[in-house]
Design a protein around this ligand. Sequence first.
Ligand SMILES: [Zn+2]
Length: 309
Amino acid sequence: MFPTSVPWPNGARCAVAFTYDMDADSILHLAHHATAHSRVASLSMLRYGPQVGMPRILKVLKEAGIRQTFFVPGWSIERYPEAVEAMLKDGHEVAHHGYLHELPSEMNAEQEAYWFQRATDVIVKYTGQKPRGYRAPSYRFSDRTLDLMIAGGMTYDASLMGDDVPYVLESEAGSLVALATHATLDDWPHFMYGRDFNYVMQVRSVTAAFEVYRDEFDAAWEEGGMWIAVWHPFLSGRPSRAQATARLIRHMQDKGGVWFATMEEIAAHVRSLQAAGTWSPRVDRMPYYTGPIPELFEGPGVTAAGART
Ligand SMILES: [Zn+2]
């Protein structure tokens, strides 16, 4: 066992969650308030997610016999309820991903609290229960987000990148389980190409991208850790990528000792290990900082030139 190895259920070596963020076209309306409605090609690319990508992804997951977690903005739930009904019908978890994919770290406290609650209300209305977890849109978790999640009764966060195994985020308000991921396992850097987002990079081949995903899985399996993908139906729901997903799942199943689980199941398992005293996750006390670090303002000052990337 590696020092970080987690005692997963039934002696499994690795926990795996194929999580999907079904943003649909919320991200375009957010990026271009006044003109999104007229950017029709981008709208069609993003609507492909709920309308064409989702049925294909659900089929792959169903054939593999696994249930996973979908993070869906509240607006996208209201706009594409059939896609959400299909997720629920297959037993998947629907989790919080903002209302219009708004970015908490770019908002003030009042704005963040308003949209967080509005999205929560939509999830309750459409799924019949409060969301157990949250992924901040575009990973823009703010220094207030944790407290909002704890106040909302959530059990886990899926926005951060601080470890290879579950850890705990703790503040004055309480604590929850952090299930971290990394851009390596996000499909945007591999597959996204969109001029309306100023995201114009060479699209990688399925072989190249899935080599990265598989290597990450093999290493997580070796260490007894976890593997959490952050994929989007409009990208990973296309035929070649969905077929590669099925092959990757087979690779995992053939290797053995893999616990395919929803995010809420992984978080609940971590809490049960803590309660039993079998395993103690690392604890990060939040917030990391309460404001700009004072050193920035000492001496003659430091320049920010070159740091704004
Ligand atoms: Zn998203």
